[in-house]
Ligand binder design. Structure first.
Ligand code: TRP
Ligand code: ZN
Length: 477
């Protein structure tokens, strides 16, 4: 920002030898006019844990991705369109994009200059962009995505990658940029349309609703184009693509949510049964939080034997062995907490993991009774104490998905519940969810609701659980 201002001024002084241009320059110097000079969009959003992720100067409203995938070669050919609105006058802006080869790039239909360094794609439109005005970026690219490594998760492969018999993408927190260019930060959510062509007999499962499935050809062989619509805003880290051969099992809940589970053909019945409780769990969550946030839900199983599950929006990813019931509940609860209400910065991750963990614990209260739940909470507390678990606000990306975030985060909510009683506690969760559905929030937004409904003492209690290094005493002790 300062750089562009400085260069503008120097250019002005150089041409200032001409009296005419000098007066033009002087005309541009008063503050009101200077504010309208196009500036450079920031190459990062200053997230404390990931300063370089995301980009400043615009808001994306929609991604329209069109991909043709050679599954056997693990290569793709892409044509994408990004609809955005400039939030400042822009002479240049960035997207996050890692690997792959760009074939063409236009802004508002005009060829634009671009430069790449690491995961930053720097774009200089032919004509600067005006504040508050929508603009469109189109990019054609191709290649084989390179999985990313990141210190935040105990797995060293994020983003688009292969699995036995197919391909999948799992990206939290930053992997999505290995298969499409985006504003890679959960504070900028957008709608998505995906249109993916694969050779038969492969199938494609993605976020949202399958709106079309059209026969076509790839290199003279039978292929199918799958169109998926994600109408509600989605954070980039929650996008997924799943390519394999599936049995698709569908149902509709009483509340009208389309359920569709994607099981690789060889998935045993006993594993498919792990997800039988989904409808009951949905009803439990809807009773406490309000309607399910999206039009569809389901799971997709990988063929690669991973040790995790992931709450990709409307289509959670599970390993081939399925999941224990608490994990099934955990990923479902994320659809409200994390997916509909998303973290505005990565240090707010407890708003995802603490909430999803508390709901999977609450599910044991529902299914096994209050005593089993009490025991589970006490045991968790003792474990936090024995391991001297500190604040659930991560100091470093390596702490994003650790015990403090998940379980001291869950205990933070439990301590609040013990202090306020059930009625007020669930009113807080519901109000917080209602107010921020579809958006991105910080911990302060949650504390504001706690303050409104339960007052300053409750805020102080939550703050101690969140910010004190020392574990607060077990309530009632
Ligand atoms: N959010 C996941 C969960 O707890 C965990 C997770 C974080 C993850 N990053 C990931 C899983 C990357 C797979 C890949 O439900
Ligand atoms: Zn989780």
């Amino acid at each position: 920002m300062n750089l562009s201002r400085g260069l503008g001024l120097r250019a002005c002084l150089l041409v200032g030898l001409s009296a005419l241009l000098l007066s033009a320059c002087q005309f541009s110097l008063p503050p009101a006019a200077e504010n309208e000079l196009p500036q450079l969009g920031a190459p990062g959003l200053g997230d404390r844990l990931y300063p370089g992720l995301g980009n400043g100067g615009y808001d994306v409203t929609r991604y329209d991705l069109s991909l043709t995938v050679d599954v056997e070669q693990n290569s793709l050919d892409a044509d994408i369109r990004i609809d955005a609105v400039a939030t400042q006058a822009l002479s240049r802006f960035n997207l996050d994009f890692y690997g792959l080869e760009i074939d063409a790039l236009t802004v508002n239909g005009a060829e634009a200059e671009y430069a790449r360094a690491g995961s930053e794609l720097q774009i200089t439109p032919a004509v600067p962009l005006t504040e508050s005005v929508p603009f469109q970026v189109q990019i054609a690219y191709h290649g084989t995505p390179e999985p990313l490594t990141d210190g935040s998760v105990g797995i060293d492969s994020l983003g688009w990658q292969t699995q036995p018999g197919g391909i999948y993408a799992a990206s939290e927190p930053n992997g999505s940029m290995n298969w499409y260019p985006l504003n890679n930060h959960p504070s900028d959510k957008a709608a998505y349309t995906f249109s993916v062509t694969v050779p038969a007999p492969y199938q494609v499962a993605m976020n949202g609703v399958l709106t079309a499935q059209t026969a076509t050809e790839m290199d003279g062989k039978a292929a199918v184009t799958y169109t998926w619509e994600m109408a509600q805003p989605m954070a980039g880290y929650l996008t997924t693509i799943q390519i394999n051969q599936y049995d698709v099992e569908t149902a509709e809940t009483a509340a009208g949510v389309d359920l569709r589970n994607y099981f690789p053909a060889e998935t045993p019945e006993s594993v498919r049964d792990d997800f039988d409780a989904t409808e009951e769990m949905l009803a439990y969550l809807e009773a406490r939080l309000g309607p399910y946030p999206f039009d569809a839900y389901g799971v997709v199983l990988l063929t690669e034997d991973v040790g995790w599950a992931l709450e990709t929006q409307t289509l959670s990813i599970f390993p081939p062995r399925g999941g224990p019931e608490h994990t099934v509940m955990h990923e479902l609860a994320h659809q409200w907490f994390g997916n509909s209400v998303s973290p505005a910065t990565w240090e707010d991750i407890w708003l995802n993991e603490g909430f999803a963990s508390y709901f999977h614990l609450l599910w044991t209260e529902e299914t096994d009774g209050p005593e089993a739940f009490q025991t589970a909470m006490t045991n968790l507390y003792l474990q936090l104490q024995a391991t001297e678990t500190g604040s659930p606000i991560p100091a470093d990306p390596s702490e994003l998905f650790g015990r403090a975030v998940y379980y001291r985060g869950a205990w933070t909510l439990h301590a609040l519940r013990l202090a306020t009683g059930d009625e007020q506690f669930f009113a807080i969760l519901r109000t917080y969810y209602d107010r921020h559905a579809g958006g991105s929030v910080t911990t302060a937004d949650f504390l504001a609701v706690v303050d409104e409904l339960a007052g300053a003492d409750a805020v102080a209690l939550v703050e101690a659980w969140l910010y004190d290094e020392q574990l607060p005493a077990m309530p009632g002790e």
